[in-house]
Design a protein around this ligand. Structure first.
Ligand SMILES: O=C[C@H](O)[C@H](O)[C@H](O)COP(=O)(O)O
Length: 259
Protein backbone atom coordinates (compact mmCIF):
# COMPACT_ATOMS: atom_id res chain seq x y z
CA UNK A 1 0.00 0.00 0.00
CA UNK A 2 1.34 3.48 -0.86
CA UNK A 3 2.04 6.16 1.77
CA UNK A 4 -0.70 8.80 2.22
CA UNK A 5 0.14 12.08 0.44
CA UNK A 6 1.29 15.10 2.42
CA UNK A 7 -1.14 18.04 2.36
CA UNK A 8 1.19 19.88 -0.03
CA UNK A 9 1.45 16.93 -2.41
CA UNK A 10 -2.30 16.37 -2.33
CA UNK A 11 -2.80 20.00 -3.38
CA UNK A 12 -0.16 19.73 -6.11
CA UNK A 13 -1.77 16.54 -7.43
CA UNK A 14 -5.22 18.17 -7.47
CA UNK A 15 -3.93 21.16 -9.46
CA UNK A 16 -2.04 18.93 -11.88
CA UNK A 17 -4.98 16.55 -12.37
CA UNK A 18 -7.35 19.49 -12.89
CA UNK A 19 -5.08 21.15 -15.48
CA UNK A 20 -4.60 17.95 -17.47
CA UNK A 21 -8.31 18.16 -18.37
CA UNK A 22 -7.41 21.24 -20.47
CA UNK A 23 -5.36 19.06 -22.83
CA UNK A 24 -6.98 18.13 -26.15
CA UNK A 25 -6.08 15.46 -28.67
CA UNK A 26 -3.43 16.61 -31.18
CA UNK A 27 -2.04 19.40 -29.00
CA UNK A 28 1.57 20.52 -28.86
CA UNK A 29 2.24 20.91 -25.15
CA UNK A 30 4.94 22.55 -23.03
CA UNK A 31 5.76 20.54 -19.91
CA UNK A 32 6.98 22.53 -16.91
CA UNK A 33 9.55 21.57 -14.29
CA UNK A 34 9.32 20.89 -10.56
CA UNK A 35 7.36 18.78 -8.10
CA UNK A 36 3.94 20.04 -9.25
CA UNK A 37 4.88 19.63 -12.91
CA UNK A 38 5.97 16.05 -12.14
CA UNK A 39 2.42 15.29 -10.97
CA UNK A 40 1.14 16.84 -14.18
CA UNK A 41 3.43 14.71 -16.39
CA UNK A 42 2.28 11.58 -14.56
CA UNK A 43 -1.41 12.56 -14.80
CA UNK A 44 -0.91 13.38 -18.48
CA UNK A 45 0.73 10.03 -19.18
CA UNK A 46 -2.19 8.29 -17.44
CA UNK A 47 -4.69 10.20 -19.59
CA UNK A 48 -2.77 9.44 -22.80
CA UNK A 49 -2.71 5.74 -21.91
CA UNK A 50 -6.43 5.75 -21.02
CA UNK A 51 -7.74 7.76 -23.98
CA UNK A 52 -5.10 7.16 -26.66
CA UNK A 53 -4.44 10.89 -27.19
CA UNK A 54 -1.79 11.92 -29.71
CA UNK A 55 0.32 14.68 -28.17
CA UNK A 56 3.65 16.31 -28.94
CA UNK A 57 5.45 17.40 -25.77
CA UNK A 58 8.26 19.91 -25.26
CA UNK A 59 9.92 19.66 -21.82
CA UNK A 60 11.42 22.66 -20.02
CA UNK A 61 14.32 20.75 -18.47
CA UNK A 62 16.37 17.60 -18.81
CA UNK A 63 14.62 16.09 -15.79
CA UNK A 64 11.11 16.70 -17.11
CA UNK A 65 12.18 15.33 -20.50
CA UNK A 66 13.55 12.19 -18.85
CA UNK A 67 10.33 11.66 -16.88
CA UNK A 68 8.08 12.28 -19.90
CA UNK A 69 10.03 9.84 -22.10
CA UNK A 70 10.10 7.22 -19.35
CA UNK A 71 6.29 7.44 -19.10
CA UNK A 72 5.88 6.99 -22.86
CA UNK A 73 5.07 10.56 -23.91
CA UNK A 74 6.30 11.82 -27.29
CA UNK A 75 9.03 14.39 -26.64
CA UNK A 76 10.53 16.80 -29.19
CA UNK A 77 12.59 19.99 -28.95
CA UNK A 78 10.94 23.40 -29.01
CA UNK A 79 12.38 24.10 -32.44
CA UNK A 80 11.00 20.81 -33.76
CA UNK A 81 7.56 21.70 -32.40
CA UNK A 82 7.78 25.29 -33.65
CA UNK A 83 4.89 26.69 -31.57
CA UNK A 84 2.83 25.25 -28.72
CA UNK A 85 -0.88 25.25 -27.95
CA UNK A 86 -0.51 25.12 -24.19
CA UNK A 87 2.18 25.04 -21.51
CA UNK A 88 1.42 23.74 -18.02
CA UNK A 89 4.02 24.62 -15.39
CA UNK A 90 4.43 25.22 -11.68
CA UNK A 91 5.45 28.46 -9.93
CA UNK A 92 7.04 29.58 -6.70
CA UNK A 93 4.69 32.55 -6.24
CA UNK A 94 1.77 34.14 -8.08
CA UNK A 95 0.14 37.51 -7.37
CA UNK A 96 -3.43 38.72 -8.05
CA UNK A 97 -2.44 39.79 -11.61
CA UNK A 98 -1.02 36.27 -12.17
CA UNK A 99 2.54 37.55 -12.38
CA UNK A 100 4.95 34.90 -11.17
CA UNK A 101 8.26 34.11 -9.55
CA UNK A 102 9.72 30.91 -10.98
CA UNK A 103 13.10 29.24 -10.97
CA UNK A 104 13.21 27.61 -7.54
CA UNK A 105 14.32 24.50 -9.41
CA UNK A 106 16.65 26.46 -11.68
CA UNK A 107 14.68 25.84 -14.88
CA UNK A 108 13.21 29.30 -15.48
CA UNK A 109 15.23 30.10 -18.62
CA UNK A 110 13.84 27.20 -20.65
CA UNK A 111 10.47 27.61 -18.92
CA UNK A 112 10.20 31.24 -20.00
CA UNK A 113 11.20 30.50 -23.60
CA UNK A 114 8.64 27.67 -23.77
CA UNK A 115 5.90 29.79 -22.14
CA UNK A 116 6.59 32.63 -24.60
CA UNK A 117 6.22 30.18 -27.48
CA UNK A 118 2.78 28.99 -26.30
CA UNK A 119 -0.70 30.22 -27.08
CA UNK A 120 -1.56 29.72 -23.40
CA UNK A 121 0.41 29.25 -20.20
CA UNK A 122 -1.41 27.63 -17.30
CA UNK A 123 0.24 27.50 -13.88
CA UNK A 124 -0.50 24.70 -11.43
CA UNK A 125 0.01 25.31 -7.72
CA UNK A 126 -1.07 24.52 -4.20
CA UNK A 127 -2.50 27.44 -2.16
CA UNK A 128 0.87 28.22 -0.49
CA UNK A 129 2.09 30.04 -3.63
CA UNK A 130 -0.77 32.59 -3.58
CA UNK A 131 0.68 35.98 -2.48
CA UNK A 132 -0.62 39.55 -2.38
CA UNK A 133 2.76 40.81 -3.62
CA UNK A 134 5.73 39.02 -5.18
CA UNK A 135 9.08 38.86 -3.43
CA UNK A 136 8.97 36.70 -0.30
CA UNK A 137 10.38 33.86 -2.39
CA UNK A 138 14.01 34.66 -3.35
CA UNK A 139 14.10 35.79 -6.99
CA UNK A 140 16.29 33.49 -9.13
CA UNK A 141 18.51 35.26 -11.67
CA UNK A 142 20.45 33.13 -14.16
CA UNK A 143 23.95 34.44 -14.91
CA UNK A 144 26.80 33.29 -17.15
CA UNK A 145 29.80 31.61 -15.49
CA UNK A 146 32.08 34.09 -17.30
CA UNK A 147 32.58 37.15 -15.11
CA UNK A 148 30.09 35.93 -12.52
CA UNK A 149 31.74 37.97 -9.73
CA UNK A 150 31.43 41.19 -11.72
CA UNK A 151 27.87 40.31 -12.76
CA UNK A 152 26.92 39.76 -9.12
CA UNK A 153 28.37 43.19 -8.20
CA UNK A 154 26.42 44.84 -11.01
CA UNK A 155 23.24 43.09 -9.81
CA UNK A 156 23.98 44.55 -6.36
CA UNK A 157 24.16 48.03 -7.93
CA UNK A 158 20.77 47.48 -9.60
CA UNK A 159 19.31 46.54 -6.21
CA UNK A 160 20.64 49.74 -4.58
CA UNK A 161 18.02 51.77 -6.43
CA UNK A 162 15.31 49.13 -6.87
CA UNK A 163 11.92 49.40 -5.16
CA UNK A 164 12.29 46.31 -2.98
CA UNK A 165 12.02 45.45 0.70
CA UNK A 166 15.53 44.01 1.18
CA UNK A 167 18.74 43.63 -0.85
CA UNK A 168 20.24 40.23 -0.08
CA UNK A 169 21.80 38.04 -2.75
CA UNK A 170 23.39 34.61 -2.75
CA UNK A 171 24.98 32.39 -5.36
CA UNK A 172 22.99 29.12 -5.46
CA UNK A 173 25.16 26.16 -4.49
CA UNK A 174 24.88 22.43 -5.01
CA UNK A 175 27.15 20.83 -2.45
CA UNK A 176 30.46 22.70 -2.58
CA UNK A 177 30.07 23.99 -6.17
CA UNK A 178 27.81 26.59 -7.77
CA UNK A 179 24.55 25.09 -9.07
CA UNK A 180 24.70 24.60 -12.86
CA UNK A 181 21.56 25.01 -14.99
CA UNK A 182 20.68 22.95 -18.07
CA UNK A 183 22.22 25.78 -20.12
CA UNK A 184 25.51 25.61 -18.19
CA UNK A 185 24.88 28.84 -16.25
CA UNK A 186 24.70 29.70 -12.54
CA UNK A 187 21.95 31.26 -10.42
CA UNK A 188 21.97 34.16 -7.97
CA UNK A 189 18.97 34.15 -5.61
CA UNK A 190 17.87 37.64 -4.57
CA UNK A 191 16.28 37.94 -1.11
CA UNK A 192 14.08 40.99 -1.68
CA UNK A 193 11.19 40.36 0.73
CA UNK A 194 8.94 42.56 -1.42
CA UNK A 195 9.11 43.64 -5.08
CA UNK A 196 7.19 46.91 -5.54
CA UNK A 197 7.80 47.37 -9.28
CA UNK A 198 8.44 43.95 -10.88
CA UNK A 199 8.60 45.20 -14.49
CA UNK A 200 11.16 47.90 -13.62
CA UNK A 201 13.26 45.41 -11.67
CA UNK A 202 13.17 42.83 -14.48
CA UNK A 203 14.16 45.46 -17.06
CA UNK A 204 17.02 46.77 -14.91
CA UNK A 205 18.40 43.28 -14.20
CA UNK A 206 18.29 42.36 -17.88
CA UNK A 207 20.48 45.43 -18.61
CA UNK A 208 23.37 43.72 -16.78
CA UNK A 209 25.40 41.98 -19.51
CA UNK A 210 26.00 38.69 -17.65
CA UNK A 211 22.33 38.29 -16.69
CA UNK A 212 20.69 35.72 -18.94
CA UNK A 213 17.15 35.70 -17.50
CA UNK A 214 15.21 36.42 -14.33
CA UNK A 215 12.54 34.33 -12.64
CA UNK A 216 9.96 37.14 -12.99
CA UNK A 217 7.23 35.96 -15.39
CA UNK A 218 5.19 39.07 -16.09
CA UNK A 219 2.11 38.96 -18.32
CA UNK A 220 2.87 35.41 -19.47
CA UNK A 221 0.42 33.40 -17.37
CA UNK A 222 -3.16 33.06 -18.65
CA UNK A 223 -4.60 31.06 -15.77
CA UNK A 224 -3.63 29.59 -12.41
CA UNK A 225 -5.08 26.27 -11.30
CA UNK A 226 -4.96 26.02 -7.50
CA UNK A 227 -5.34 22.53 -6.05
CA UNK A 228 -6.50 21.89 -2.49
CA UNK A 229 -5.65 18.75 -0.51
CA UNK A 230 -9.32 17.64 -0.43
CA UNK A 231 -9.50 17.63 -4.24
CA UNK A 232 -11.08 21.06 -4.76
CA UNK A 233 -9.62 22.88 -7.75
CA UNK A 234 -9.97 26.62 -8.39
CA UNK A 235 -9.02 28.19 -11.71
CA UNK A 236 -8.32 31.95 -11.81
CA UNK A 237 -7.85 33.66 -15.16
CA UNK A 238 -5.72 36.69 -16.01
CA UNK A 239 -8.64 38.17 -18.00
CA UNK A 240 -10.42 38.85 -14.71
CA UNK A 241 -13.35 36.51 -15.39
CA UNK A 242 -14.96 34.78 -12.41
CA UNK A 243 -13.00 31.88 -10.91
CA UNK A 244 -14.14 28.39 -11.92
CA UNK A 245 -14.39 25.58 -9.35
CA UNK A 246 -14.10 21.84 -9.95
CA UNK A 247 -13.21 18.73 -8.00
CA UNK A 248 -10.85 15.81 -8.64
CA UNK A 249 -10.59 12.52 -6.78
CA UNK A 250 -7.47 12.57 -4.53
CA UNK A 251 -7.47 8.74 -4.58
CA UNK A 252 -6.46 8.83 -8.26
CA UNK A 253 -2.97 9.97 -7.24
CA UNK A 254 -2.05 6.49 -6.04
CA UNK A 255 -2.86 4.99 -9.44
CA UNK A 256 -0.64 7.29 -11.53
CA UNK A 257 2.29 5.74 -13.42
CA UNK A 258 5.79 6.14 -11.99
CA UNK A 259 9.02 6.31 -13.96
O1 LIG B 1 12.70 26.03 -11.81
C1 LIG B 1 11.68 25.53 -11.37
C2 LIG B 1 10.33 25.95 -11.72
O2 LIG B 1 10.19 27.30 -11.98
C3 LIG B 1 9.20 25.41 -10.86
O3 LIG B 1 8.06 25.51 -11.63
C4 LIG B 1 8.96 26.15 -9.58
O4 LIG B 1 10.16 26.21 -8.85
C5 LIG B 1 7.87 25.46 -8.75
O5 LIG B 1 8.30 24.19 -8.38
P1 LIG B 1 7.44 23.25 -7.43
O6 LIG B 1 6.26 22.83 -8.21
O7 LIG B 1 8.37 22.10 -7.12
O8 LIG B 1 7.08 24.04 -6.21
Amino acid sequence: MSEPLSQADAGKFAAARGAVDLVEDGMKLGLGTGSTANWMVRALAARVAREGLTLTCVPTSTRTGDLARALGLTVVTLDEAGWLDLTIDGADEFDPALNLIKGGGGAHLQEKIVAAASDRMVVITDPSKDVAQLGAFPLPVEITPFGMGVTSKLIGKVLETAAVGARGSRLRMQGDAPFVTDEGNHIVDLALERIDAPADLAAALLQVPGVVETGLFLGLCDAVVIGHPDGRVETRRADGSAPVFARVDPAEAAALPVA
